[in-house]
Design a protein around this ligand. Structure first.
Ligand SMILES: NC(=O)c1ccc[n+]([C@@H]2O[C@H](COP(=O)([O-])OP(=O)(O)OC[C@H]3O[C@@H](n4cnc5c(N)ncnc54)[C@H](O)[C@@H]3O)[C@@H](O)[C@H]2O)c1
Length: 252
């Protein structure tokens, strides 16, 4: 029960890393609001967690400023305050630079970077009223080291890492800690979609794994446990970090 009594909003809670985070946080005693734009998937995910009355579901698109304001308001009302956020909503794009349109760039930035910015801004008054809290932004190893065919994705995630650090500096005086988690390859629908459409998925997966010291695809819970640590008092002296949970890619 490492999060007993904490009130936490998790975006992207319908799938993959966000879904695993919701499940783990509920088991660790937190009251959780799970936000996602995919309503059917969100309701299915919520039904799979034994969250009891402590688990709220909120349908919203983080690229919509007003929807985010309403959603955060609802989360604060449902949880009776807010002590933490895990921003896991995100989208991928594997596309050569010369085929990546201005709309593609806008969409990636609007979800991966500005979606998190919007949620943090809307949640700040409630977190200050709570006397402090934690923000964990799920960035990516792609924000630390470049990947070919992913200029927009890598740029959005590198910006998210730096946003997390700059925000950590600004919010320390309010007792709000901000950290980024940088996953490598994690077995989720997003990761599977990135290689399963290639001509030879098995060969593509082998090529991807070549970059990693640990030769296995990570589990969503590998990342959820890092978010748990950074959301709990065990990490009370850690802010502004970018923690690689990447099977050993970024360090070499
Ligand atoms: N899976 C990986 O290998 C990997 C690696 C590095 C980083 N990440 C990051 O982890 C986060 C979670 O990814 P995942 O692999 O669990 O993906 P996923 O596709 O399984 O889950 C992402 C969730 O975010 C939701 N979402 C997307 N856009 C949204 C929006 N505009 N508003 C609200 N919800 C939205 C989706 O509906 C989905 O439920 C993402 O930010 C991703 O970039 C994933």
């Amino acid at each position: 029960m490492r999060l007993r009594g904490r009130r936490i909003l998790v975006t992207g809670g319908a799938s993959g890393i966000g879904r695993a985070t919701v499940g783990l946080f509920v088991r660790e005693g937190a009251r959780v609001a799970a936000l996602d734009r995919d309503e059917p998937a969100l309701l299915r995910a919520a039904a799979s967690h034994d969250g009891g009355p402590g688990l709220a579901t909120i349908v919203a698109d983080v690229s919509d400023e007003h929807a985010v304001e309403r959603a955060v308001h609802r989360a604060v009302a449902a949880l009776d305050g807010l002590d933490g956020i895990v921003n896991a909503a995100g989208v991928d794009l594997v596309r050569p630079f010369d085929e990546t349109s201005a709309d593609d760039w806008g969409r990636l930035m609007s979800v991966n970077l500005l979606g998190t910015v919007r949620v943090c801004r809307a949640a700040l008054p409630a977190m200050r009223a709570a006397g402090g809290g934690t923000i964990v932004n799920i960035a990516s190893g792609a924000g630390l080291r470049p990947l070919e065919g992913r200029t927009a994705y890598c740029s959005s995630k590198a910006a998210l890492v730096m946003f997390s650090k700059a925000l950590a500096l600004e919010l320390a005086r309010h007792e709000i800690r901000v950290n980024a988690v940088c996953p490598g390859v994690i077995d989720t629908p997003m990761f599977r979609a990135s290689y399963e459409s290639s001509d030879d998925p098995a060969a593509e997966l082998e090529r991807i794994m070549d970059r990693f010291a640990i030769k296995r695809v990570g589990k969503p819970t590998d990342v959820a446990h890092a978010a748990l640590f950074l959301s709990s008092d065990e990490s009370a002296h850690i802010t502004g970090s970018a923690l690689a949970v990447d099977g050993g890619r970024a360090f070499h």
